[in-house]
Design a protein around this ligand. Sequence first.
Ligand code: CIR
Length: 251
Amino acid sequence: MPAALVRPVPASYASCIRHSREPIDLSAARRQHAGYVSALREAGVEVIMLPALDDAPDSVFVEDPVVVLDRHALLARSGAASRRAEVESIAPALEGFELVTMMAPATLDGGDVLRMGKRLFVGISERTNRAGFDMLAAVARAEDLEPIAIELVAGLHLKSFCSGLGDAVIGCFDRIDRGAFRGIETIDAPEPPGANLLDLGAHVLVSAAAPKTAALVGARARVVSVDEFHKGDGALTCLSIRLTPPRKMAR
Ligand code: CIR
């Protein structure tokens, strides 16, 4: 059974780093998070809940502090200094993986990393720098993966604008270079919140803010309300870390 790490919504979530001025409703965020966790379970994913970090407002976006490959887990150093402490409490949950710790001046957020088969696309962004890419690239090559850098001209993370849908990449290609995905089918997301969906095989989680994308995905689509996380500049992939099978984790 595939597994995923998830972190509860912290009490301080309303103070997270964000661009939206819409007020965050903590209770609604917690309800939506519970809905997200249920949707993971309904897709056959074993959910492993990390401890809550109530003093770390962005900690629910648990995808960012670590990149999990097949054998290695890279404990990343976020481009946001306020997020760097989040990584510590993830390491114990990754016991079966070979851990690699990113050091300064390298920075990287997991939201910038999109794996498509043997290729690992990495956004060079406001959070991920060249040194961060180089460090991840070295770990990726050790697993025979091909690291490919994509310069982001605007926005937060690579996966703010694209995600994997089966063997294809769905995205907003006015915001990122379609040409970077040479040899891979690209699908235009019908609306921006549809660019970040979470393909779990049996089901594909799609934001309720992206009804046209849900229609495009069809029968596998499962619509999840995550607007309280959109207000925090997040979406579906960032709320969990998928441990790619075969699962190597010891608990
Ligand atoms: C941040 O700015 O770090 C958070 N408020 C949002 C992170 C979203 N992460 C993701 O999409 N992987």
